[in-house]
Design a protein around this ligand. Structure first.
Ligand code: C2E
Ligand code: MG
Ligand code: MG
Length: 605
């Protein structure tokens, strides 16, 4: 049995052990707590550093941002980054701080900005917009802005981010301008013109006004370009544009439609006569002489007019019809104006019909030549024949060249057709010689497009070789205007042809623009007096003087003179008396088919 002293000791020992364990537990707890506290303090310290770092980073980003950043609290700017200072305040000594965001909005954006700021202060966020802003010095510029509401140091604030977009806007405007304006003259181009015409028609609809669409095409502009160079041509177009702008009323429009084509839109008013006066003025303006780079130039133009609503309900139709009328003005002798008529449209369609049929005319053997004799006035003997083109059109019947040569020239078909004519005429003439009908000269008419085409010399050489015809038996007939249209090039080709012995004649002499100074430079053999002068011999004394003068002029230039369209004995006697060399006309013989001509030749040896 344990003694009482023993049990006390044990009791004390147990208590001590309990105390030690409790203390140890408390100490461990304390240690854990202090570790936790230490960690918490460490975290807090880290967080503070992180926050400071992130604030620093933010400040740096904001400061270095290329966008202007401004913060406003209580309607006063309290912060601005350097981009903002450069954008809004660089040119003034003032500071942005203390101003309001509203004061930076352009006059036309004040109201909108004010409403927006109000909404932002009440917690709404807004999207980016493009506006005009004002600098502190009062100048304005275009910006893209974004405003957001935020809390700044416990207060409601608005942050504005702005970027200068003036140069982008300028570029946009420049591109838009280029897309809608003619680079040379600065007036609306075709695209813009169509738009403006559409607007004008809408306006006219609303107020019941007529609108006149005028299609202006300069006559012989190619000649000016070729002859004086493109620089002069360009200056001329600019000059003409300025003068047209000078006479137009505020409501009228002038635009450039193509190279030498202008469209004028004349807005009618209660007094319709005003537009008629305008048309007169336009024609006068085109005709006014110009001096460009010391060249004295006189322009003329052909004007076609279509009216709205009578001649078309939309821009396309109106312009097309004005174009048709312009063509008619050109056909009837240039430097005129013509109003569109329904019957013009019909003729225009027929023209289209002719053009498409012309493409197949050669292959289908629908083209053929007739030959008209050219006689020596004194002896009455045949010297040569002129080859004249005919077309047996499947639907329209027999067509004279007047009906289709122009069209063939415009669509370029004349080059192929012309080549065929040269070959055919040379072959025929050589065949006649071989058949014992004597050596005749054959005259072939040329078009301007044939001179443009490079191969003319080669074509003629080939035709002569293939047929075996002597070059001296071929004569080419060219009109004056044709030769003048590109004088230098014409001279080169003609000299080459002349060198191999081919003859050159000026056709329809007296009707063109030619100056005698130019005629002297051309390598010519003969001159054909236009039939209009011959026709007038009986009616008009003046034409006596002209015909005599033309004969004399030709002889002075050592050229043979042929009178064409001789129909009466009187004309023949007159021409004989004044020394004309040859005649051609119905008085002796109409153009004939080869077989008929052979028969005629046998009768008139
Ligand atoms: P051009 O070269 O001046 O031809 C003369 C025109 O006068 C011909 O008309 C002829 O038939 C006509 N004629 C001849 N004698 C008389 C007369 O006594 N009285 C009247 N009133 N007329 C007469 P055509 O055959 O209708 O030819 C017209 C024009 O077509 C020609 O005028 C010529 O410029 C052109 N042409 C004809 N054939 C060709 C061709 O192969 N190529 C080209 N490019 N043009 C041609
Ligand atoms: Mg002729
Ligand atoms: Mg003629």
């Amino acid at each position: 049995m344990p003694s009482s002293a023993d049990s006390l000791e044990a009791l004390q020992a147990r208590r001590l052990a309990r105390e030690i364990s409790a203390r140890e537990q408390a100490e461990a707890l304390l240690e854990q707590k202090s570790l936790e506290l230490f960690n918490q303090a460490l975290d807090r310290e880290r967080a503070v550093v992180a926050l400071r770092e992130s604030e620093e980073r933010y400040r740096l980003i904001v400061e270095l941002s290329p966008d202007a950043i401004v913060i406003e609290v209580d309607e006063k700017i309290i912060f601005s980054n350097s981009a903002a200072r450069i954008l809004f305040a660089e040119s003034s000594s003032l500071s942005l701080e203390g101003n309001s965001l509203l004061s930076l909005a352009g006059p036309s954006f004040k109201q909108k900005t004010q409403e927006e700021l109000h909404r932002l202060r009440n917690g709404h966020n807004l999207n980016e917009s493009e506006e005009v802003a004002v600098r502190l010095d009062g100048t304005t510029f275009e910006v893209s802005v974004q405003r957001v509401g935020l809390s700044y140091k416990g207060k409601t604030a608005v942050q504005m981010i702005a970027r200068d977009i003036s140069s982008r806007k300028q570029l946009e405007q420049q591109l838009a301008y280029q897309a809608t304006h003619d680079g040379l003259t600065g007036i609306p181009n075709r695209n813009r013109l169509m738009e403006m015409l559409r607007e004008a028609l809408n306006f006219a609809d609303r107020y019941q006004f007529p609108v006149w669409v005028a299609f202006l095409d300069l006559d012989r502009f190619k000649f000016i370009n070729d002859h004086y160079g493109h620089r002069v041509g360009d200056k001329l177009l600019i000059n003409l544009t300025r003068r047209l702008q000078g006479i137009l009323r505020k409501t009228d429009i002038v635009g450039r439609y193509g190279g030498d084509e202008f469209i004028l839109v004349l807005r009618g008013g209660p007094d319709d006569n005003m537009n008629a006066v305008m048309v007169e003025r336009i024609m006068e303006t085109v005709n006014e002489p110009l001096i460009i780079d010391s060249h004295y130039l006189k322009l003329s133009g052909s004007l076609g007019l279509a009216t709205y609503p009578a001649d078309g309900s939309n821009p396309d139709v109106l312009i097309e019809n004005a174009d048709i009328a312009m063509y008619r003005a050109k056909e009837s002798g240039r430097n005129q104006h013509q109003f569109f008529t329904r019957e013009m449209n019909q003729q225009h369609q027929e023209r289209g019909q002719i053009e498409s049929a012309l493409f197949n005319a050669l292959e289908r053997n629908e083209l053929f030549l007739e030959y008209q004799p050219q006689l020596d006035v004194q002896s009455g003997r045949i010297k040569g024949v002129e080859a004249l083109l005919r077309w047996q059109h499947p639907e329209l019947g027999l067509l004279s060249p007047a009906r289709f040569i122009n069209i063939a020239e415009e669509c370029g078909m004349i080059v192929r057709i012309g080549e065929w004519v040269i070959h055919q005429a040379c072959q025929q003439c050589a065949d006649w010689e071989r058949a014992g009908l004597g050596q005749l000269r054959v005259a072939v008419n040329l078009s301007v497009r044939q001179l443009d085409a490079n191969g003319l010399f080669g074509i003629i050489e080939a035709a002569l070789t293939a047929s075996g015809l002597a070059p001296a038996c071929l004569e080419l007939e060219l009109t004056e205007t044709l030769m003048m249209s590109d004088l230098e090039r014409t001279l080169t080709v003609l000299h080459k042809l002349r060198a191999i012995g081919v003859g050159i004649a000026v056709d329809d002499f007296g009707t063109g623009y030619s100056s005698f100074a130019y005629i002297k430079r051309l390598p010519l053999d003969s001159l054909k007096i236009d039939q209009s002068f011959i026709r007038e011999l009986e009616e008009n004394e003046d034409s006596h003087i002209i015909v005599r003068a033309l004969i004399q002029l030709a002889h002075n230039l050592k050229l043979r003179v042929i009178a064409e369209g001789v129909e009466t004995k009187f004309q023949y006697e007159f021409l004989k008396q004044y020394g004309c060399d040859e005649i051609q006309g119905y008085l002796y013989c109409k153009p004939l088919l080869p077989a008929a001509l052979e028969a005629w030749l046998k009768e008139h040896p």
